[in-house]
Write a protein that binds this ligand. Structure first.
Ligand SMILES: Nc1ncnc2c1ncn2[C@@H]1O[C@H](COP(=O)(O)OP(=O)(O)OP(=O)(O)O)[C@@H](O)[C@H]1O
Ligand SMILES: [Mg+2]
Length: 227
């Protein structure tokens, strides 16, 4: 990818749900462009469509209209198998609730996307160990999610999102379920990783502090995304 190519670009995105009496126009002509290493926040009232927009940007949901490009590739103009590959290799996801698998250790949870992508167990676990170290959990790899604090679980979820070196990570309320001390730890981690790995993040958040720390703050209100 050339230096100028945005890692993510979404142009004139429209998204609605339902039809007839249940029709809801959620996203109305939103545009976003994110380059490597950038942290972009999206704030907005509950129900304004932040998660919907992240799902569209993350190629989890098609827009009604508009173009989503990842690394310069228009993702809805290619085959489903190609799109699935882009989703797995170029996009990372962090959610409000960590979604770690309870029956696996933190190390195995972080390694899981790599194993599912076909890498050997050993190489996946080795990469996971490096990442756990980066998120400050090097001595926690053998612990299960139930034995970990909320902040530790969310840091493991951040590591899991990064295991396949995505070009962009989409985070939906990554600190929404954490107390203020743990929120700060996870926030600090996101900004450190943006710097050290030149990692791009788009973060939907209700946290004023996190939104303000972003390199660029956007607001979604009544379907309109603005800066
Ligand atoms: N699958 C769906 N079918 C119908 N309506 C939906 C669907 N998903 C979301 N919506 C509606 O779309 C609107 C936007 O929802 P969304 O979850 O994107 O908001 P949000 O900004 O993320 O809110 P919050 O801050 O509470 O997480 C809401 O009115 C919601 O009820
Ligand atoms: Mg949401």
């Amino acid at each position: 990818m050339s230096k100028e190519t945005p890692v993510l670009s979404a142009v004139d995105i429209w998204k609605s749900y339902g039809n007839g009496a249940t029709f809801l126009s959620i996203i109305r002509g939103a545009c976003i462009e994110v380059t490597a290493g950038e942290v972009v926040s999206i704030a907005g009232p509950s129900g304004s469509g932040k998660s919907t927009f992240l799902h569209v940007c993350g190629v989890l949901d098609p827009p009604d209209k508009g173009i989503v490009s990842v690394g310069g590739m228009d993702v809805w103009s290619v085959s489903e198998s190609r799109r699935a590959k882009i989703r797995n290799s170029e996009l990372g996801f962090i959610f409000q609730f960590h979604h770690l698998l309870d029956e696996f250790t933190l190390l195995e949870n972080v390694a899981m996307p790599s194993m599912l992508a076909g890498n050997s167990r050993k190489s996946a676990l080795d990469s996971a160990a490096v990442l756990l170290n980066e998120v400050g959990l090097s001595d926690r790899g053998q612990h299960f999610p139930s034995e970990s604090s909320g902040g530790e679980r969310q840091r493991a979820a951040v590591a899991r999102a990064l295991i396949l070196s995505p070009s962009i990570v989409l985070a939906d309320e990554p600190t929404g379920n954490l107390d203020s001390a743990n929120s700060t730890i996870v926030e600090d981690l996101i900004f450190e990783l943006a710097e050290s790995r030149n990692q791009a993040f788009v973060i939907a958040t209700h946290s004023v502090e996190l939104a303000r720390r972003a390199h660029r703050c956007l607001t979604l209100d009544e379907g309109i995304l603005s800066s």
